[in-house]
Write a protein that binds this ligand. Structure first.
Ligand code: ATP
Ligand code: LTN
Length: 343
């Protein structure tokens, strides 16, 4: 009797762009669930540096932020003995699969992407790079190379995940079963944190001039407090979750509190029912954020004090990631009809 086929553990893959300093939005929308899910899935977490060059950037800053983001993955609880942590550009299969997928992705699918429309609108029309339009195809390559079953991301990435599924299905239909169709894994709380200075827009690490827009993971406690105390709210006093755009500021503070404390909404509303006003809410939100970031910052300092540690870890990660990525790329090339090199 033949052995039953070994069932492989389900996989996740996700990434963050080294396009600025990581915010609490990146933490609760992405990293916090990565750290939790790494024990349930075989996990791959990459620093997506090839994505960060799709808008104007500074090369020295890119290098610095790439290391910083990798160190923050670990500081936020990603265990390199459990998960594979690597830099996207260290695994050339990402760029190569992106080219193959480009050739089966209709342009119309890309022009529809809201992130493209938003980011393109911020630049002079004649200087928007082709890479910005092509961004989601590279993201699809990141995910499909690892045959990921689930992709833990914030709510803003839903559309890109749908596109990844469409591309995978089209490829499988044209060339035979090649890729796993991945699911988005969006956290129940904290998937859509808004700017503190403008609660109608997403909190972003790179698209702002205001120093009161975002709390960064490496902000010292007094800055965190100052930013949260200055968060835009309304002139009312009622502290409850709400979809009303007028109440978006208070709702955002409550969602931050929810994501950091993991408490149910009714318990949070009951807790704040006695508050004297928004000042009390802000003070408590600042306290929970500061308390959660303190150990992350401590660990970040330890990890980065050892020179070369992060680079060494990224080298090992790239090797592990390459083995998986190369196998998928080979299958994709073969199925597409490329003559395989001898040997
Ligand atoms: P940029 O401003 O450079 O476009 P970003 O801050 O949106 O970047 P990304 O690198 O694009 O960050 O995203 C990394 C991860 O963090 C993604 O999973 C994304 O969904 C999540 N994320 C980003 N911003 C938020 C937010 N405000 N709330 C929840 N999740 C977020
Ligand atoms: N587009 C993503 C970043 C990203 C990503 C990925 C996320 C690039 N490749 C693969 C998950 C899986 C964003 O968050 N802006």
């Amino acid at each position: 009797m033949s052995e039953p086929a070994l069932k492989r553990q389900k996989r996740v893959l996700s990434g963050v762009q080294p396009s600025g300093s990581l915010t609490i939005g990146n933490y609760v929308g992405a990293l916090k669930q990565w750290a939790r899910e790494q024990y349930n899935f075989e996990s791959f977490f990459c620093v997506v540096d090839l994505h960060a060059v799709t808008v104007p950037y500074n090369p020295a800053e890119l290098r610095e932020k790439t290391r910083e983001v990798a160190a923050l993955y670990l500081a936020c609880g990603i265990d390199p003995a459990v998960s594979t942590v690597f830099v996207q550009s260290h695994v050339p299969a990402h760029s190569e699969l992106a080219w193959l997928l480009n050739c089966i992705t209709p342009l119309g699918w890309l022009y529809r992407m809201t992130q493209f429309k938003d980011k393109a609108a911020r630049q002079q029309a004649d200087s928007v790079g082709t890479g910005l339009l092509d961004y989601p195809v590279l993201m699809a390559a990141d995910i499909l190379l690892y045959q990921a079953d689930a992709v833990p991301v914030g709510d803003d990435q839903r559309q890109h995940l749908e596109l990844t599924r469409d591309i995978a299905q089209r490829f499988n239909h044209l060339f035979g079963e090649t890729f796993t169709i991945p699911e988005a894994m969006i956290p129940p709380a904290g998937a859509r944190i808004k700017g503190l200075d403008n609660p109608l827009v997403k909190m972003s690490k790179s698209l702002t001039e205001s120093e009161y827009h975002a709390v960064y993971l490496l902000d010292p406690p007094d800055r965190i407090k100052k930013k949260i105390m200055r968060a835009v709210t309304d002139s009312g006093r009622e502290i409850c979750f709400s979809d009303d755009p007028e109440k978006a500021g208070v709702n955002n503070l409550l969602e931050i509190y929810e994501a950091f404390t993991d408490q149910p909404r009714d318990a949070i509303e009951a807790h704040f029912a006695q508050a004297r006003g928004y000042g009390d809410l802000k003070k408590e939100v600042a306290e929970v954020v500061i308390a959660a970031l303190q150990p992350i910052q401590q660990r970040y300092r330890e990890l980065t004090s050892e020179k070369g540690f992060i680079d060494e870890l990224l080298a090992q990660g790239a090797e592990r990631a390459s083995a998986v990525a190369e196998a998928t790329l080979r299958r994709a090339r073969e199925n597409m009809g490329f003559l395989m090199p001898p040997g």
